[in-house]
Write a protein that binds this ligand. Structure first.
Ligand code: ZN
Length: 163
């Protein structure tokens, strides 16, 4: 039995608790969060938010990629959000990963992707670059509200690096 099979088998037990007929697709706190897919991160609990209050976008590294900008653009232009938080974290899988090794492994599989891994060696500098990219993205009408935070999965602490 795969994890997916187990999830499907137990889904009916969760449905009543999950149902949100009182909510709409518009996030109540007008916030969009871009964070990493790291399994240790629970963005709603981390931010003290509830379901329905914010958009949560996740990718490897919490990077401001073209597709993250696409989703943030939908979030602001179609669904009313006005603030953006980018949350990177300590011990990220992309920290000190090798762009070249990853590229070589893909090439061995016969793939030359148009995207890059996004490996980085300086967490704060990478966060600052993502924040700067979003603040310069005219796809986002509310780009001046973009801020960056760093989370530590070991301690649960969330901090805003000084600019
Ligand atoms: Zn990560």
């Amino acid at each position: 039995m795969t994890t997916t099979d187990e999830i499907l088998a137990s889904a009916p037990q969760r449905s009543e608790q999950l149902a949100t007929p009182e909510l709409t697709a518009t996030p109540q706190r007008k916030l969009a969060v871009l964070t990493c897919m790291d399994a240790r991160l629970d963005p709603l609990r981390m931010l003290g938010l509830r379901v329905g209050e914010a958009h949560i976008l996740r990718n490897a590294g919490a990077l401001a990629t073209d597709d993250a900008i696409r989703s943030l653009s939908v979030s602001q232009r179609l669904l009313g959000t006005q603030e953006v938080l980018v949350i990177m974290h300590e011990q990220c899988g992309l920290l000190n990963a090798s762009e070249d090794d990853f590229k070589a492994a893909l090439a061995e599989s016969g793939v030359l992707p148009s995207w890059r891994l996004g490996a980085f060696d300086d967490l704060e500098a990478t966060l600052a670059a993502s924040v700067a990219r979003l603040r310069a993205s005219r796809e986002l009408p509310f780009r001046e509200t973009v801020r960056g935070l760093i989370y530590d999965p070991d301690t649960g602490a969330l901090r805003e690096p000084s600019p």
